[in-house]
Design a binder for this molecule. Structure first.
Ligand code: ADP
Length: 224
């Protein structure tokens, strides 16, 4: 899946209260890219992530997935596209507290009226070290385990692209390091595209391509 953002802008408010949250961002994401986007609070990271994942509409600009303009899809088409092609990982894990780890992981399939693939669930549980934790509720799991459940949930529908918003922001450095290793492994072994938003330099440095965002202006840090 080739993702191309061209001249993406998001402007909130008008007149004196106008805020340019994202200023004509251009970005090409190739299949299997591992990208980090780093910037301070309020720099436009969430805005960019919401636009790239089709959750929000830009004020101007275009976004294509394999040449298909995303923002022209109907709400229904876009939510189906997001469910099938994108996985999301959040800082706060966002697990449903009354569901077990297994039920949380399978939730995206349920929403899409798809049958769970037990073999794939088993493979994910093994990869993420969750085999003996699947019947536990989130509050019975450590932060690192909860985030691993969230990673499995992001992968269960076999999307091509994973968006992670501060995935280690709520974890101690050891669990955070483990989560990053797992995410890298997922890119290497499964060939997923990985886009990580962070304000942590160490996390950003783990990616193959690093972008910075400052006052809504996105730029790529040249390697070397
Ligand atoms: P970050 O994720 O880097 O903290 P955001 O993308 O959330 O930054 O915000 C970028 C800028 O846009 C900030 O100045 C923020 O106050 C502003 N902003 C974000 N969402 C809204 C909104 N719904 N209405 C008005 N301003 C907003």
């Amino acid at each position: 899946m080739l993702i191309q953002a061209k001249g993406l802008s998001k402007i909130y408010g008008s007149g004196e209260n106008q805020v340019v949250a994202l200023d004509k961002a251009n970005l090409t994401i190739a299949p299997g890219d591992f990208i980090s986007i780093i910037g301070p609070s309020g720099s436009g990271k969430s805005t960019l992530l919401h636009l790239l994942s089709g959750l929000d509409h830009p004020t101007s600009g275009s976004l294509t997935y394999d040449g298909q303009e995303i923002y022209t899809l109907s709400d229904k088409e876009l939510s189906a596209f997001r469910r099938r092609q994108m996985g999301f990982i959040f800082q706060q894990f966002n697990l449903l507290p009354v569901l077990t780890a297994r039920e949380n992981i399978l939730m995206p399939l349920l929403l899409d009226k798809k049958q769970p693939d037990e073999g794939y669930l088993d493979q994910l549980a093994e990869l993420l070290g969750l085999r003996d934790r699947l019947d536990h509720l989130p509050h019975e799991l450590s932060g690192g385990q909860q985030q691993r459940v969230a990673i499995a949930r992001a992968l269960i529908a076999q999307p091509e692209v994973i968006f992670a918003d501060e995935p280690t922001g709520n974890l101690d450095s050891k669990s955070g390091g483990e989560v990053m290793e797992l995410l890298k492994g997922i890119r290497d072994r499964m060939g997923k595209t990985l886009v990580i938003i962070t304000h942590d330099n160490r996390i950003a440095a783990a990616a193959d391509r690093q972008l910075t965002i400052m006052d809504g202006v996105l730029s790529e840090v040249e390697a070397g």
